[in-house]
Design a protein around this ligand. Structure first.
Ligand code: SF4
Length: 418
């Protein structure tokens, strides 16, 4: 099947931004947003790591040459390196991955190779941070392009969350109720900076993934009267709603407004306070697309990711994590038409892997996650060949003052059982 990258290069007008057809290095220097793709309009926060210019030889090389150089470098390095590829990466990168998965699956996969000196994470910045938090001492985690951030993770920075926490604590106090439940528990989605995971670890909170968000919220409600959920409002809302929390008890916290844009009563009554964050990829899916899929493909099975807006999740047949979507397609015994609401690279790969089914992306416009798309085989070849020379480029490190409490929040998640 034709890769998303090839489609973009051969028919740039069919994608959400014709500039996608250019190499990502075009956008590494001086671009205010993340560059073309689904989160191109999202601002890169000040202080985010910046990628320097990729050496010209990697920019000029053909894909065939880059693949050959990547294979040769991997063969030389052998078990000293492990390459991790996220589901949303382009096929041209995924073909070199030793493991393919979602962010948490990949962080766990890295732990199965404790002797690898270097973990090359073909994903985005928060994923490399998580891998570093869980890595063995002496292992280096490498992000091939430092500009591969995540605009959703950027929407909750540690200063704004701490300021929010101060305001909430001033209202709720810190005393537990008669059942021993503290006033509020912070819950961060895996798609957040290490600093926020550390914040949760320090404040009795926990991390969740899109697979275990309901289990984690149950864990939190056993220990707290309410939850502050960040950064993704949609995952928080969709999960809490399915658990029976009324929408009116889920105010949204906008960090740019006093009390997050709420009145005191709304905050006092809240069960889940939702941070004003979202994924620019999953925000593109609409109810109209679901209706169109149903009209054009009678009997279609619509599955969307819970980062999609609530109305889209409600209109779909099912909602679940990337792992859920993959398993649902794999488990279908009869030829089925699937309309999938998640990132295009993953949808197209499913379509190639399961040709007995008709599988298409709910969004008819080809629009990859722009930050994931920053990882091009040129950057992978660059960091691998540097490793062969004994140089570690683009290392992501999380300092112990953050990593230690972040590990506590991650361990609470692993211990939480349905
Ligand atoms: S798909 Fe959304 S949540 Fe995932 S990296 Fe891209 S912007 Fe972030």
């Amino acid at each position: 099947m034709t890769s998303v990258d090839t489609i973009i290069r051969s028919a740039p007008g069919e994608s959400c931004a014709p500039e996608l057809a250019q190499g990502p290095w075009t956008f590494d220097l001086g671009t205010p947003g993340y560059g073309p793709g689904a989160s191109m309009g999202d601002v890169i926060p000040t202080g985010s790591p910046r990628q320097g210019q990729l050496p010209a030889e990697y920019q000029r090389a053909s894909n065939d040459e880059l693949h050959e150089r990547i294979r040769a470098a991997k063969a030389t390095l052998g078990d000293r390196v492990v390459v991790l590829g996220h589901f949303y990466q382009r096929d041209e990168v995924v073909q070199h991955a030793d493991f393919l998965g979602d962010s948490f699956q990949l962080a766990n996969a890295a732990q199965t190779v404790p002797n690898a000196e270097a973990i090359v994470f073909c994903g985005v910045h928060f994923m490399a941070e998580t891998a570093d938090i869980l890595a063995q001492p002496g292992q280096s985690v490498i992000l091939p392009n430092l500009a591969a951030g995540c605009s959703m993770a950027d929407m909750a920075d540690i200063d704004s969350v701490e300021e929010c926490w101060e305001q909430l604590t001033a209202i709720y106090g810190t005393e537990p109720d008669a059942d021993g439940r503290v006033p509020i528990i912070p819950v961060t989605y895996m798609n957040s900076s290490a600093a926020l995971k550390g914040f949760c670890g320090r404040n009795g909170g926990i991390v969740c993934t899109s697979s275990n968000a309901a289990t984690v919220l149950e864990w939190a409600f056993e220990r707290g009267q309410r939850v502050l959920f960040f950064p993704d409002q949609h995952l928080g809302r969709n999960t809490a709603k399915a658990m029976g929390v009324p929408l009116e008890l889920m105010p949204m916290w906008n960090p740019n407004k006093p009390l997050g844009g709420n009145d005191r009563q709304g905050i006092e009554d809240a069960r889940v306070i939702l941070w004003h964050g979202f994924c620019s990829v999953h925000k593109r899916f609409t109810v109209a697309q679901v209706e169109q899929a149903r009209a054009e493909h009678p009997g279609v099975r619509v599955i969307v990711h819970p980062e999609c807006p609530m109305a889209v999740v409600d209109a779909a047949d099912e909602a679940g994590s990337t792992d859920y979507i993959r398993k649902a397609v794999a488990a279908a015994t009869e030829p089925t038409t699937f309309a999938i609401g998640t990132e295009i690279n993953m949808v197209n790969r499913l379509a190639a892997e399961f040709p007995q089914h008709e599988i298409f992306c709910l969004d008819p416009v080809v629009c990859p996650c722009s930050t994931m798309y920053r990882i091009h085989p040129g950057y992978l070849a660059w960091v691998l060949e540097a490793l062969v020379r004994g140089e570690v480029l683009n290392q992501i490190t999380v300092s112990d003052d953050v990593a230690v409490p972040a590990r506590v929040a991650l361990e609470r998640m692993l211990a939480a059982k349905p």
